[in-house]
Write a new protein. Structure first.
Length: 163
């Protein structure tokens, strides 16, 4: 079974909150979120992704598609047929962020805030894919992640390339 791990920037683009995104990129992210609501989502059981979503989206589900997705997530977060809660372990030494994050030296400078997404991908029981819209860190390290078996889907690579 396929599952998605969605970087918060996808919600921001779908909400038209990312100034560099044009209509095409906004529509791509909106359509993607609609599709995900018919499939499966993986998040961390610590609630880190949950809290990050709700610092950028509204639980009311309005006014944007990113908000609608956040409300759907809020309503379905404990339904195991829709949402996988993955146990990840904070790294007590702090160097990796999470014990599940690959210890590969090539990732030592990867963004600490995004390591939770990769840790969930590593530990997911599904064929998990991290979805990203704007974050260049994922782009910069895509080859390393691919070599380590972590799948990343770039919804709007043109936004990343513009950076």
């Amino acid at each position: 079974m396929h599952s998605y791990i969605i970087d918060t920037n996808v919600l921001a683009v779908a909400n038209e909150s990312y100034p560099k995104a044009g209509d095409k990129e906004v529509f791509t992210c909106q359509r993607f979120l609609v599709d995900v609501m018919q499939t499966h989502l993986s998040v961390d059981s610590l609630g880190l992704i949950f809290y990050e979503y709700f610092t950028h989206a509204s639980r009311s589900g309005q006014p944007g598609m990113g908000d609608a997705f956040a409300k759907w997530f809020w309503d379905n977060q404990y339904d195991v047929s829709i949402c996988e809660q993955v146990d990840i372990t904070p790294d007590p030494g702090g160097k990796r962020g999470f014990l599940e994050f690959p210890g590969d030296e090539r990732l030592k400078d990867f963004d600490m805030e995004d390591r939770k997404f990769a840790a969930v991908a590593v530990k997911s029981q599904f064929d998990a894919v991290i979805c990203n819209a704007t974050d260049s860190d994922w782009w910069d390290y895509k080859e390393v992640f691919t070599q380590l078996g972590i799948n990343i889907e770039f919804l709007t690579p043109e936004l990343i390339k513009r950076k």
